[in-house]
Ligand binder design. Structure first.
Ligand code: AHM
Ligand code: MG
Length: 331
């Protein structure tokens, strides 16, 4: 019986680098990101069995100290990023400060959330490893001084996410599309499929924390009331999982500002999600899939100039015509 071989992620990426006359440094960087994802996935899959997904500081059934899954994932990513020697600096959701790696010889900045959607961890349900990549200003494409870790999304060269533990991986390459890969029986990512958001509204989904509706602004609440019946409502509670569905079916994911909370201290005028390693990552992938993303002032997410590496933003990401409609609501 003839054997069928699916194209591997590495072979796909090598073809991409050669087509665009690029170096192999990016391959080496991506190799380490994939290695980290596989290790997180393995830990997540086996962690529940071993009682290792519990609360940090508790003791598991083997009598060992339990580390929070977020911390484990963070250590894994930091290890692989530092060892590939290509990273100048990294920003992690789990680290307060910017992490220096190979400051003189590195080529890339990496912004990552090693384990997004932690409320799903206790249930073994999907979480995400999200990352964005920018590059040292080697070609002078960035005007003015190079602001090291504070790049805006439009300057990323790639962004992607692993939906853990499903074995799904999506990577967008600047001006070269958004691609999805599956993990095969040998834990190799294979079978590139180009993702394009469907224009046909038949399967469009709307995804947001509906429990917050009463604390959104009146504009947002009004739009939801008028439009919710046009969509199928879906919410996994982990950005990677929700965005993964959206890429196939189209529609809108949003995390609006919380401005009408009865306890004003609970208001979040900038929303919840982080710009550098959450919002920019999905906005970049969405743009490469033909969609768009804005904040609640109607500004494109990828055009926001970050002032701090953990800054938050409101987020509306999805099908382009839906985002265009929202721009007119917000402006
Ligand atoms: P986290 O980084 O603390 O895990 O929070 C980010 C997550 C996203 O994955 C998800 O879209 C959102 O928070 C869900 O928030 P909420 O529970 O408020 O709906
Ligand atoms: Mg997060």
């Amino acid at each position: 019986m003839p054997v069928e071989f699916e194209q591997t992620f590495r072979n796909f990426l090598m073809g991409h680098q050669e087509k665009y006359n690029r170096t192999y440094h990016f391959l080496i960087l991506m190799d380490s990101i994939v290695a980290a994802a596989k290790r997180i996935e393995l830990y997540y899959r086996t962690g529940a069995l071993k009682g290792n997904l519990g609360v940090a500081g508790s003791i598991n059934v083997q009598g060992e100290n339990v580390m929070k899954m977020d911390d484990i994932a963070n250590e894994i990513v930091l290890h692989y990023l530092a060892s590939n020697k290509r990273v100048i600096q990294a920003v992690s959701e789990e680290c307060a400060d910017v992490i220096d790696m190979n400051k003189s010889g590195g080529r890339y900045f990496v912004y990552f959330d090693p384990l997004d959607g932690s409320s799903n961890v206790a249930h073994g349900l999907p979480v995400g490893f999200l990352f964005g990549i920018a590059k040292r200003n080697l070609e002078g494409s960035i005007k003015g001084p190079e602001d090291f870790h504070l790049r805006q999304g439009s300057e990323y060269i790639a962004a992607g996410m692993f939906v853990i533990p499903t074995g799904m991986f999506t990577l967008a390459l600047r001006d070269a599309g958004c691609w999805r890969f599956h993990s095969d029986e040998t834990a190799t990512y294979v079978k590139p499929v180009r993702m394009i958001l469907p224009e046909n509204p038949q399967n469009w989904e709307l995804s947001f924390n509906a429990g917050n509706t009463s604390v959104f602004s009146e504009k947002v609440g009004g739009w939801i009331k008028d439009n919710i019946s046009k969509y199928k409502f879906r919410y996994i509670g982990a950005l990677a999982g929700d965005f993964h569905r959206l890429l196939s079916n189209g529609g809108l994911f949003m995390y609006p500002a919380i401005v009408n909370h009865p306890d004003p201290k609970e208001n979040r005028p900038q929303g919840k999600l982080r710009l550098l390693y959450e919002a920019n990552v999905v906005a970049f992938m969405c743009r490469e899939a033909g969609g768009d993303a804005i904040d609640e002032t109607g500004t494109r997410i990828l055009d926001i100039k970050p002032a701090g590496h953990h800054q938050r933003t409101t987020l509306y990401v999805g099908t382009k015509s839906v985002i265009d409609e929202l721009i007119s609501v917000f402006k």
